[in-house]
Design a protein around this ligand. Structure first.
Ligand SMILES: *Cc1c(COP(=O)(O)O)cnc(C)c1O
Length: 390
């Protein structure tokens, strides 16, 4: 099908919940993808941080295909090999104790919310169920995840939302500590607010809130859906803040391109859920997990150091470019502040063969973590030339 054929059917049959760019992707390899007409694009989006190893990575395709030839699904009524392997690797790399599998970031956040509330209910009874989330956060599109999202633009139409979320100002220690009242069971935050505009939290702030939470037995939840799986240069971003969360949600990059979400439980919470408390038909799917095992096996210290190094390299190149006033973020999760409107630039970049993201008023880059310097330089050259002409 041509782009026009695809667009026509999309217009007619697909619910219009996305403002799509005028481009369809037909195939890809590494960090380059191709439109139906054969035009090539360097991909600095990874499908929003999902394709950790780029398009059609050989090892990942082999792992997924091998599992497809064995069996595709059996349900969580039975044990499977890929699922337990992912769980083991996640625990080893994070220091967490147990894993529950779902299929998306929002679902992982539903899981951490349920787990936090049950932990508190069992220990302290009713009336201690509030969760302090941050202003400008993003936690997903399901009802509880939306309720935890600290942006009023999302709190519309779908009333009633889930009760019991309170919002604190990111990087404001006094404001956040003031909200840790006796009815609070957990705080929940992204170490780098992604959709909110690529805004990293300050270490001093995170540690102060973490310490207060430990003193009051308030669970500390980190949403690592976007920041996790090597994206920031450590396996999880919280590892750069010297804290050990009680609950972690993970998704996007974990499956290397197939849908997976995970809730990670720490020492305090590892016994909190029992048979019947939570579940998912597709959760822990063997094909998806076989791909995740491949991704996780390759994410050793040398790989993570390379992500950090590439992130620094991208940042230093960006700071030399016209119109760039600031670059924020960690590792290969970067938000670029421009002295001009970002939206039209994204379309021009697309015309010039480069795909980038936005986050609020910023340009956001989430390149595949294993992108080669050759592809990286090609993309950066397109960005540089495009900005020079504005
Ligand atoms: C993308 C994202 C989510 C939602 O993930 P979905 O897979 O779209 O449900 C939740 N939290 C953060 C921080 C995200 O970036």
């Amino acid at each position: 099908m041509t782009f026009e054929d695809i667009k026509k059917l999309d217009d007619e049959y697909v619910m219009h919940t996305y403002g799509r760019y005028q481009l369809a992707i037909a195939h890809g390899k590494s960090a380059t993808c191709y439109a139906p007409d054969g035009k090539a694009y360097i991909d600095f989006t990874s499908g929003i941080g999902v394709n950790s190893m780029g398009f059609a990575d050989e090892g990942w395709v082999a792992a997924v295909t091998a599992q497809l030839h064995k069996f595709q699904h059996i349900s969580n009524l039975y044990y499977t090999d890929p699922c337990v392997q992912v769980a083991k690797l996640l625990c080893e790399k994070s220091g967490m104790k147990k894993v529950f599998f779902g299929n998306s970031g929002a679902e992982a956040n539903e899981g951490v919310i349920k787990a936090a509330r049950k932990y508190s209910f069992q220990k302290y009874g009713e009336g201690r169920s509030k969760i302090v989330a941050l202003e400008n956060s993003f936690h997903g599109r399901t009802m509880a995840a939306l309720s935890a999202t600290g942006q009023s633009a999302y709190h519309n139409f779908f009333f009633p939302f889930v009760d019991g979320f309170v919002f604190a100002q990111a990087n404001d220690i006094d404001d956040t500590l003031g909200k840790l009242t006796d009815d609070v069971c957990a705080v929940m935050m992204e170490m780098v607010q992604g959709e909110g505009g690529v805004l990293p939290l300050e270490k001093e702030y995170v540690q102060a809130v973490y310490k207060a939470c430990q003193e009051k037995d308030i669970l500390f939840i980190v949403d690592e859906v976007q920041t996790g799986i090597g994206r920031t240069g450590s396996f999880y971003s919280y590892q750069q803040f010297d804290i050990m969360p009680d609950l972690v949600s993970s998704a996007k990059g974990l499956g290397g391109g197939l849908p997976i979400g995970a809730v990670l439980f720490g020492e305090k919470t590892e016994e909190v859920l029992v048979p019947g408390d939570h579940g998912s038909t597709f959760g822990g799917n063997p094909v998806v997990c076989a791909g995740a095992v491949e991704i996780l096996n390759r994410m050793d210290d040398a790989f993570l150091a390379e992500v950090a190094k590439k992130g620094e390299y991208i940042k230093s190149e960006l700071l030399k470019m016209k119109h760039v006033t600031d670059v924020a973020g960690m590792g290969m999760m970067l938000g670029i502040e421009l002295d001009t409107d970002v939206k039209p630039i994204v379309n021009t970049l697309m015309d010039n063969g480069l795909l980038v993201l936005t986050a609020k008023h910023k340009m956001r880059l989430l390149p595949p973590l294993n992108i080669t310097y050759e592809e990286l330089d090609k993309g950066l050259a397109i960005l540089k030339e495009t900005l020079e002409k504005i």
